[in-house]
Design a protein around this ligand. Structure first.
Ligand SMILES: Nc1ncnc2c1ncn2[C@@H]1O[C@H](COP(=O)(O)OP(=O)(O)OP(=O)(O)O)[C@@H](O)[C@H]1O
Ligand SMILES: [Mg+2]
Length: 213
């Protein structure tokens, strides 16, 4: 059976797509799926993963929903004149490990009565929570962990994005009773080569491979 991981974050713009690209690249042969894409101007998340992770188009699963407006999915869908059928969102079967990227954070509404975390709860797929290392992250990370656990969603671990904040990381591990997977620094320039190298230095790929075997 194909194993899967969901990549979520404490907020929008955290670095989920960059992390997903690096992880998909490191795993080798991995597939990527962004079920709900809000905003189609510029590069979509699927296109970014293709470019930054050097993932061939055949391993990028088409989005279930492509919404034109860069807004919360429930609003973006209603502007486009339809409703998201959250119950119909089912992860595809792929011939290799599948990385699924959420939209924004966990309590983002897909429709009037459904948030993204409700879909993750139905899937029961382990989740990587991406968190910034900057100010405010302890609160956002612990809140997100509570939201995951309130729905019995398995938590694979927390991945930090940003500069080193040792105390922040250790308090989150302790109070959140969660495994820390590593930290991806902000890269400049953000290139496929540098991302590959830094991800390998900062994360235990074997741990992911074991989960996704
Ligand atoms: N490790 C990194 N190094 C350099 N830039 C980064 C890194 N991670 C993220 N960024 C930049 O930060 C911005 C937001 O990152 P990203 O698109 O990955 O966030 P996201 O959590 O996927 O957002 P969304 O909720 O829209 O899916 C992008 O411009 C991205 O290039
Ligand atoms: Mg993204």
């Amino acid at each position: 059976m194909t194993r899967r991981l969901v990549v979520t974050g404490t907020d929008t713009g955290i670095g989920k797509t960059v992390f997903s690209a690096a992880l998909a690249d490191a795993l080798g042969g991995a597939f990527y799926w962004k079920p709900v894409q809000s905003g189609l101007e510029g590069e979509t998340d699927s296109e970014t993963v293709q470019r930054l992770g050097r993932i061939p188009p055949a391993r990028i699963v088409p989005e279930a929903y492509r919404l034109r407006t860069p807004a919360s999915p429930h609003l973006a869908a209603s502007i486009d004149g339809f409703r998201i059928e959250a119950e119909a969102l089912v992860p595809p079967v792929t011939e290799g490990p599948l990385i699924i990227e959420g939209a924004g954070g966990l309590l983002v509404p897909l429709a009037a009565e459904t948030v993204l975390a409700d879909v993750f709860a139905r899937w029961k797929i382990p989740v990587v929570l991406c968190a910034r290392t900057g100010l405010g992250t302890i609160n956002h990370t612990l809140l997100s962990l509570e939201a995951l656990r309130a729905r019995s969603i398995p938590v694979f671990g927390v991945a930090f994005i940003g500069e080193m904040q040792a105390d922040t990381e250790s308090i989150i591990a302790k109070m959140g009773r969660v495994r820390l997977l590593g930290r991806l620094p902000k890269l400049d320039p953000l290139t496929p080569d540098l991302l590959r190298q830094v991800f390998r230095e900062n994360f235990d790929i074997g741990l992911f491979l074991k989960e996704l075997a």
